[in-house]
Write a protein that binds this ligand. Structure first.
Ligand code: NDP
Length: 449
């Protein structure tokens, strides 16, 4: 296995997020590679870590002062052995090829886990929607789609939202696609309810994450009822995770954004959550404004120079990181352990550094890896595509009950694979093995492509 890691490193030494994801996954599927020599003979792992295609393009747009701005757009089409490429679009200044390759690679395995016929991809741009007017965001999205439309399609590559791409951006992107192609299809998921979207899609990653945590607890005769929870982020996944936790009787105490976090010892109830949704989704404000509305809560700013995030120093039994990659480092992990945290369930993609994950798992803390725990987002995207194909809209309860069944299935198959490969209870290894085998078998059947 080390030669695959070395090759990946020699080829792209600066892609630290991608190399981290490759090392994490390939190390955990080692037991499978050891007992399946065909995979080595057919170069399965070596092919899996090389994207099938990467598209990079210029995105020029006019700001409100009529100045020309130029961003860089990407789409990484990683693997379509089991279905059309599928994965998010991220608009954030940090976006680069390494981050998108890691997200696309994670999508390959995550999408396979859902049991849906979906390949893996990721894309986006180094564009920051924060502080831009709606008109600027619209012009940017239209310019972005003016190139992307050539490469996507309902049976080719189906983007969805990720950081910085919510319902507003999906609307502008879909509108431009429809105009350019003169076609109304399921090409993007996360669409508005009146124009091809699915009920529960906006909430699916967060709801699914809580259903996964509930399954991990149920397997140990425990529940979410009455547990204190720390959540990071305050966007799509964080909001839905909070809502489902509150509905299932847990006490949510924190939210954050890239400037800092709030801590509400009384607990964040559904009314306070509604305030956060309006603040972040409509007013596009900062989480610091929570304490203006609820003065009993506290706000603590963070800066990128900080060695650890004070959010993870609060006492909470369960932890749901829902912001971004590598937001829990080794020092944060020690803070969680010192505070006796019992469960970490990842709403975000790769929110723990490899070292933090090892520290958490070595202490026997229940750990739900993002590949499995946040797969509800892409699973309901798959259900949205199904509804588009059959020209029907299912009721919210129907979508939600399918999501629950999918998350239980993911939980059970991860546990069974971990057991069968000598790592009982290790959801991280189980999730990687299940996703890897499904894609590897399809690649074997289809020859060297
Ligand atoms: P949103 O853009 O809705 O929210 C992201 C949140 O994370 C914001 O609160 C943002 O704060 C914060 N954040 C972003 N970057 C940083 C950073 N560098 N440091 C600290 N905080 C940061 O995104 P989503 O909720 O959709 O996505 C969150 C995570 O969930 C991502 O890892 C994504 O890959 C993953 N995910 C998303 C799915 C989806 O369907 N949307 C599905 C599965 C996983 P600020 O406003 O300051 O930027």
């Amino acid at each position: 296995m080390t030669h695959i890691l070395h090759d990946a490193h020699d080829r792209d030494p600066h892609e630290k997020e991608f190399l981290q994801a490759v090392a994490d996954v390939m190390t955990s599927v080692q037991p499978v590679l050891d007992k399946t020599p065909e995979y080595r003979h057919h170069g399965i792992a070596r092919r899996m870590v090389e994207p099938e295609r990467i598209i990079t393009f210029r995105v020029p747009w006019l700001d409100d002062a009529q100045q020309v701005r130029v961003n860089r757009g990407f789409r990484v089409e990683m693997n379509n052995a089991i279905g059309p490429y599928k994965g998010g679009l991220r608009f954030h200044p940090s976006v680069n090829q390494s981050i998108l390759k890691f997200l696309a690679f994670e999508h390959v395995l995550k999408n396979a886990l859902t049991t849906m016929p979906l390949g893996g991809a990721a894309g986006g741009a180094d564009f920051d929607p924060k502080g831009k007017s709606d008109a600027e965001v619209m012009r940017f999205c239209q310019s972005f789609m003016a190139e992307l439309f050539r490469h996507i399609g309902a049976d080719t590559d189906v983007p969805e939202g990720d950081i910085g791409v919510g319902s507003r951006e999906i609307g502008y992107l879909f509108g431009m696609y429809r105009k350019l192609c003169n076609q109304f299809s399921g090409v993007i998921t996360g669409k508005g309810l009146g124009w091809g979207g699915s009920l529960i899609r906006p909430e699916a990653a967060g709801f699914g994450c809580v259903y996964f945590a509930a399954q991990m607890l149920a397997a140990r005769n425990d529940t979410l009822e009455g547990k204190t929870c720390l959540i990071s982020g305050s966007g799509n996944v964080a909001q839905a995770t909070a809502r489902k936790l509150i509905e299932m009787g847990a006490k949510v105490m924190t939210f954050s954004d890239s400037s800092g976090h709030i801590y509400d010892e009384q607990g964040i109830d559904l009314d306070k959550l509604e305030f956060v949704k309006r603040l972040k989704n409509i007013r596009r404000g900062r989480i610091s404004e929570y304490v203006d509305q609820y003065p009993d809560a506290t706000y603590t700013p963070t800066t990128p120079e900080m060695e650890s995030n004070p959010l993870w120093e609060h006492r909470g039994q369960f932890v749901f990181p829902c912001a971004t990659q590598n937001e829990i480092n080794a020092q944060d992990a020690y803070h969680l352990i010192n505070n006796n945290v019992k469960l970490v369930c990842e709403g975000a993609s790769m929110p723990c550094t490899s070292q933090a994950r090892t520290i958490i798992m070595d202490k026997g803390i229940l750990y739900g890896p993002g590949n499995a725990a946040n797969a509800g987002g892409v699973a309901v995207s798959g259900l949205e595509l199904t509804q588009n194909s059959i020209r029907l809209t299912w009721l919210g309860d129907e979508v939600d009950s399918r999501l629950k069944i999918i998350m239980k299935g993911i939980h059970d198959t991860c546990l069974a694979a971990a057991d069968a490969n000598g790592h009982p209870g290790n959801y991280f290894i189980g999730a990687n093995i299940v996703g890897f085998i499904k894609v590897a078998e399809a690649m074997l059947d289809q020859g060297v492509i």
